[in-house]
Design a protein around this ligand. Sequence first.
Ligand code: NAP
Length: 248
Amino acid sequence: MTDKVVVITGGSRGIGRAAALASAARGFRVVVGYVSNEAAAKEVVSEIERKNGKAIAVKCDVGSEADILALFKAADEFGTLGALVNNAGIVGPSIRVEDMSAERIQRMMAVNVTGSILCAREAVKRMSTRNGGAGGAIVNLSSVAAKLGSPSTYVDYAASKGAVDSFTVGLGHEVAGEGIRVVAIRPGLIDTEIHASGGEPDRAHRLAHMVPMKRVGTADEIANAIVWLISDEASYVTSAILDVSGGR
Ligand code: NAP
């Protein structure tokens, strides 16, 4: 158990929500980030408080540096940062690269890549022993798309997750001697609303037959890996990328 703060971007729904509930159950004080669904974020906070945990909801578009600075300011007021879960991420409708607009690609990179790096920057400032911090862990949500490339679907998304993988390895090495572990999880097909946001609510179930385990995964199955990785039980794990994908 810990009384440290964990910041979870996109903690209001899907994998982030499951990670928020699981972190609170292990004693973390949870900062639940959300971009627009305030009701969902407040529901997560209520659910945590109902079980005597501590949580706050903070609106933060990770595509905005100002929002990220405000998110970490709120976290500072809530307690001592011990972990960051870079979970917020977006997909786009399935199209070929030749039909992609610059705006779509730029937004994908701003949210999935730049947002994750800026959040990590703020976490390192606070957690690095080099800066007087007590150490901690950063978990980045990548995707098996980083390996598969997602042709004719969302190559831009896959590329953004490839960047997350490289960033995980590099930052992990950079701060390995400063008490901070940096790891990534590559989920496979997980049953959340992200597929609907890409215009295909049934996508995960439609492709389930391609998964060696022949089923989609649940948000809780990803959250279980997240809470292990931010715990001291994973104390020798850094710069590592864990596939949680049913073998995909
Ligand atoms: P989801 O169900 O669509 O939930 C997305 C969450 O991120 C929501 O809490 C949303 O907040 C928040 N969000 C969206 N855009 C944001 C922004 N610009 N700034 C801050 N927060 C933002 O997604 P999910 O399926 O749980 O995915 C979570 C992570 O896992 C993503 O990085 C995704 O790429 C990765 N992943 C998912 C799958 C899968 O199959 N589900 C597979 C591989 C990887 P609001 O509630 O306010 O909208």
